[in-house]
Write a protein of this length. Structure first.
Length: 115
């Protein structure tokens, strides 16, 4: 299963975007999910994760600004991003989160924040 992120775009600093990632139903309900990002010249980093039961974790850099959620009826995980800054510019990926680490990477979605 490859997970396809969508919803990226160009936004001004201070703006908001909501990213989405849908998955096959059985896969979705069985897995913890997460959002990751990779900025140019940098390593991919965790942004936020959500367990099957809805417990969440966030990178310190996005706490209070980003919210991860999952809609089990729609088999979709979301990332609501607010108060965006140019430092949030990156390709954002969704992934399943396993004990061994994230996986099932697909094509990410570009988020560009202009100053």
């Amino acid at each position: 299963v490859q997970l396809q992120a969508s919803g990226g775009g160009l936004v001004q600093a201070g703006g908001s975007l909501r990213l989405s990632c849908a998955a096959p139903k059985i896969f979705f309900v069985m897995n913890n999910m997460g959002w990751y990002r990779q900025a140019p010249g940098k390593q991919r980093e965790m942004v936020a994760t959500i367990t099957k039961s809805g417990s969440t974790e966030y990178a310190d850099s996005v706490k209070g600004r980003f919210t991860i959620s999952r809609d089990n009826a729609k088999n979709t995980v979301f990332l609501q991003m607010s108060s965006l800054t140019p430092e949030d510019t990156a390709v954002y990926f969704c992934a399943a989160v396993y004990v061994s680490g994230p996986g099932n990477w697909g094509q990410g979605t570009q988020v560009t924040v202009s100053s």
